[in-house]
Design a protein around this ligand. Structure first.
Ligand code: GDP
Ligand code: MN
Length: 350
């Protein structure tokens, strides 16, 4: 119905019944947004939800699962459920998934936190950050609320989307046999993962069957696996397949890493943990770079290369802020390893 047929009353220029219909009538994927958050993240996550809803989800109405190691407050639930156009669900993380496993030596872990504090390593002295990284690495996808779904899109507080997304990104993943995706990639701080690669090599020696042919080893290693080059996908944004994370291969991988203790004796991030798994245990073409999803998480921006795309999708990011072709990004290497042609206009953004 053209809007002109419903004249405004003056006092309520856009009354509820004059809003455009939700366009989620078509078939949808078995997918959800997922956010790990504290109650104190309420206003920062509210901002993120508005971005995701305005640019994407108001057209699709996907569900949103919120997870927390504490009980969510009524205020948190009331606000976020008012902002999300799909169903909202709130889960508490079981204690076993957010505490020190019994094989961890508490004194050793405490000493490491002290040392990292002196070296001023980011989050180096934090216990909760370590539980968070371990949870995102090995448990969020098996939370009872997540078991209903096959696909997830991770959203963190204070992220932004700068362009309209006009298609179902979950369906894109499924139709194109993608299992994992990213918008930004970079090099990890060496100090947070000194023994991660050796631990991964122990895992692949024990479980050679989990390493697939045609993987992206070249993206994460310059010497055929001897050393790790620290490239990783930035995991604060992820669209991925939950069944892959629940597979024997991934669970064996996480369990090996978890027993090695580096989540507590070092400060392994879920980003390198997910990325190495994707690079070794997925085929190259199962990993997707979403050039068209314009994304910000402090301090980096992914602004799509290609002016016409930005104009057509009402993008509000400054292409000068795009991190992709910067020396600290691993995205150019991703293009090279996958023999993909770089998007038109990339040279201008160096
Ligand atoms: P950064 O992006 O690495 O700087 O880390 P963030 O502070 O954004 O934390 C990553 C994610 O975990 C965000 O979604 C946070 O809301 C969440 N998070 C971090 N620490 C905690 C915590 O102690 N409890 C809960 N429930 N969520 C947390
Ligand atoms: Mn964050």
């Amino acid at each position: 119905t053209p809007q002109s047929e419903k004249p405004s009353t003056g006092t309520t220029p856009n009354p509820g019944n004059a809003l455009p219909p939700a366009t989620a009538g078509g078939p949808r994927m078995n997918a959800t947004f997922v956010t790990l958050a504290r109650n104190s993240d309420i206003w920062e996550i509210a901002e993120s939800i508005r971005h995701v809803e305005d640019r994407f989800n108001r057209k699709f109405n996907y569900d949103w699962v919120f997870l927390n190691d504490d009980d969510f407050s009524d205020e948190f639930k009331k606000l976020t459920s008012s902002l999300v156009s799909g169903k909202t669900k709130y889960g508490k993380i079981p204690k076993e998934h957010w505490s020190f496993p019994e094989w961890i030596d508490q004194d050793k872990a405490a000493k490491v936190r002290e040392e990292m504090k002196e070296k001023k390593i980011i989050y180096g002295d934090s216990i909760s950050y370590r539980h968070m990284c371990r949870y995102e690495s090995g448990f969020f996808f098996r939370h009872p609320l997540m078991m209903d779904y096959e696909w997830y899109w991770r959203v963190e507080p204070s992220v932004k989307l700068f362009c309209d997304i006009e298609y179902d990104t979950f369906k894109y993943m499924a139709d194109n046999k993608k299992k994992y995706s990213f918008t930004l990639s970079l090099y990890e701080y060496v100090e947070t993962i000194p023994t991660l690669w050796d631990t991964v090599k122990n895992f692949t020696a024990t479980y050679p069957q989990h390493v697939v042919k045609g993987n992206s080893l070249k993206w994460i290693s310059e010497d055929d696996g001897k050393t790790y080059n620290h490239c990783h996908f930035w995991s604060n944004f992820e669209i991925g397949n939950l069944n892959w994370l629940r597979s024997d291969a991934y669970i064996d991988y996480f369990t090996s890493l978890d027993h090695a203790g580096g989540f507590f004796y070092e400060r392994w991030g879920d980003a390198p943990v997910h990325s190495i798994a994707a690079a070794l245990m997925l085929k190259k073409d199962e990993i997707h770079f979403f050039n068209d999803i314009a994304y910000y998480h402090v301090p980096f921006t992914h602004c799509p290369t290609g002016e016409q795309y930005r104009l057509d999708h009402k993008c509000s990011c400054n292409p000068k802020d795009n991190f992709d072709w910067n020396g600290y990004s691993c995205t150019a290497r991703f293009y090279e390893v996958n023999e993909m042609e770089k998007p038109e206009g990339y040279e201008k953004e160096h």
